[in-house]
Design a protein around this ligand. Structure first.
Ligand SMILES: Nc1ncnc2c1ncn2[C@@H]1O[C@H](COP(=O)(O)OP(=O)(O)OP(=O)(O)O)[C@@H](O)[C@H]1O
Ligand SMILES: Cc1ncc(CO)c(N)n1
Ligand SMILES: [Mg+2]
Length: 560
């Protein structure tokens, strides 16, 4: 930040470019005593720097920048180099659930989708040092534990937990990886039973771990899970969740929850996927995240179970690694990103905008109209379905998206950000009276395409500031498609193009007869034409699109 410090009489002034270039003053009399600075004048460099820091904080208060303490989970667990489980799963799950996650690493594992190739345990005193760093400063609401590879580390942890009380403790008693590798041996069992579990608000063993905690009793059925939950509760934790991921594949994925009084079964149908690595860590860290937000235990478990189910379902057929234990998709978006390619301004070349009334008039579905336009050479599609029910609009969007994805053509939705989100379309096109583009950007995230209609350089400037990807400018010529639409002509179009760095697509009354005149404006950021009637208010969309494509290709040849 660029500060300017000035001295006037007995006052020291600082001005800096916070809002409105406010001017803050520290009078030596009023403030120096409250600050740890020497009283000499003229002020020393340290004095000035500290005074400026003080002023900056004051300015933030004055500007009503209210501070928010965010929910925070500390995970005490092992690192999984394959990043499906352990610390990495906890970080992703907490991020996905909107909770901050700090980490104390107890072991570093060399692990992939095949199995665990090696484990390196972090020295006990360094685990203690990490715990001290976090607990003495960052006040996590909840601690979640995963791999605790030695009795010494369990004891160190228990000591720290006694020193720094918390809102809740979630214990995932990790012992064996899904591939069968021991992550924490029987030596930890005593310290678990005697020290850690009695402090826990919830413990979340899988079948093998529940069995180990109970001295090796075999657990195979849901009835066995009930008895195990009760027996583990007797060890001291306030709640127990016995997870049923390892039940026979023919059974639903049932988890049994016991709070000391009642049993609850959380059931989801079994998702057939090899990508289940990390479900246990994810479940426990999501419970911790929900508790940190203030949920009750039962609702935290319910949300966590639902979240794991969604993550499993999203990762059903993703391929990461060659082994049979792939990671789950914590952020629920790996697949959708593969299918979408980045926006290229050249996509605006032949921009087809659908119109429900025209398609109805010519007796075709929007899906058939889009298919024909793509076959004819349209390089981007916008669904502009006025006067249709939201559910029909969404169905149309999903059906068109399938076709667009096959051909690598972006699909945008006119006006309706909700429909774009629900269908996972590539973006939206919005007008000046729709939701402001910066709000649309906040809702849609950084990757989706946002186009904004602009008639003036001021609007174009704003579109850039708001994070738009392109500008639609017009109506270039009079049109029946849009009522009360002011025509800006070729001159207006050129003015908008020259005022912006964003790519521009011309719109409004453009067709076979005048597309050439538009493209021959010859401004570099004018990338194409958007058309409605010229394609869709015609009997054969395919033929019209082909013809228009030829005209556009010819005109760019001429322009070059
Ligand atoms: N195929 C599946 N379909 C639906 N839910 C599943 C499936 N596999 C596991 N789950 C659920 O995932 C959660 C984690 O249970 P699981 O028994 O797999 O834990 P875990 O063995 O500790 O996992 P990991 O060690 O791989 O992290 C439970 O809610 C369980 O019901
Ligand atoms: C580091 C680590 N923690 C926990 C698990 C259990 O899934 C694992 N495989 N690896
Ligand atoms: Mg587990």
């Amino acid at each position: 930040m660029n500060y300017l410090l000035a001295k006037e009489k007995r006052k020291c002034y600082a001005t800096y470019p916070v809002k409105n270039h406010k001017r803050y003053a520290v009078s030596r009399e009023s403030h120096v005593d409250s600050l740890p600075f020497p009283k000499q004048f003229p002020p020393s460099l340290t004095w000035r720097i500290s005074a400026l820091r003080f002023l900056h904080l004051k300015a933030m208060q004055d500007d009503n920048v209210s501070k928010v303490r965010v929910p925070h989970v500390l995970t005490v667990a092992g690192s999984d180099s394959g990043a499906g489980a352990g610390i990495q799963a906890d970080l992703k799950a907490c991020a996905a659930r909107g909770v901050y996650c700090s980490t104390v690493i107890t072991a570093v594992t060399a692990q992939n989708t095949v199995g665990v190739q090696g484990v390196n345990i972090v020295p006990e005193d360094f685990v203690a040092e990490q715990l001290r760093s976090i607990l003495s400063d960052m006040s996590p609401n909840v601690v979640k534990t995963g791999m605790l590879p030695s009795a010494g580390i369990v004891k160190t942890l228990c000591q720290s937990l006694k020193e720094f009380p918390l809102q809740a403790l979630v214990v995932d008693p990790v012992m064996v990886s899904t591939s069968g590798h021991t992550l924490a041996g029987p030596s930890i069992l005593d310290s678990f039973r005697e020290e850690l579990l009695p402090m826990a608000d919830i413990v979340t063993p899988n079948l093998k771990e529940a069995s180990a905690l109970l001295g090796g009793v075999p657990l195979e059925t849901i009835a066995d899970m009930h008895s195990a939950a009760k027996a583990i509760h007797d060890i001291g934790p306030r709640n127990v969740l016995v997870k049923g991921g390892d039940l026979p594949a023919s059974l639903d994925a049932v988890d049994v929850f016991y709070d000391g009084n009642d049993f609850y079964e959380f059931r989801s149908s079994r998702i057939m996927t090899p990508n289940t690595h990390g479900t246990g860590c994810t479940l426990a860290s999501t419970v911790a995240a929900e508790l940190a937000k203030g949920s009750q235990m039962l609702s935290a478990v319910k949300v966590a179970k639902r979240y794991v189910e969604a993550a499993l379902s999203y990762s059903k057929n993703i391929v990461i690694g060659g082994g049979c234990q792939g990671p789950i998709d914590h952020l629920l978006k790996l697949k959708s990103n593969v299918q979408r390619r980045p926006f290229d301004p050249c996509d605006l070349f032949l921009y087809a905008v659908t119109d429900s009334r025209m398609n109805k008039k010519w007796g075709r579905s929007v899906v058939d109209a889009v298919k024909a336009a793509i076959e004819g050479g349209a390089s981007i599609i916008q669904l502009r379905e006025k006067e249709v029910e939201t559910s029909d609009f969404l169905e149309a969007a999903k059906a068109c998206l399938k076709i667009c994805r096959v051909h690598g053509i972006p699909l945008l939705i006119n006006d309706r950000i909700d429909v774009a989100l629900a269908s996972d379309a590539d973006g939206v096109h919005i007008g000046q009276s729709d939701m402001p583009a910066h709000v649309a950007r906040a809702l849609l995230g950084p990757d989706k395409i946002i186009g904004v209609s602009c008639k003036t350089p001021e609007q174009a400037q704003q579109a850039w500031i708001d994070g738009a990807d392109y500008i639609g400018s017009g109506g270039v010529y009079p049109t029946n498609t849009k009522e009360n639409n002011k025509t800006i002509g070729l001159d207006g179009l050129k003015t908008v193009c020259l005022s912006s760095k964003l790519p521009v697509v011309a719109i409004g009354g453009i067709g076979m007869s005048n597309a050439q005149a538009v493209m021959e404006l010859g401004v570099p950021n004018l990338k194409g034409v958007a058309v409605v009637s010229a394609l869709f208010d015609r009997e054969c969309v395919l033929t019209e699109t082909r013809k228009l494509l030829e005209v556009l290709k010819e005109s760019t040849k001429v322009a070059n």
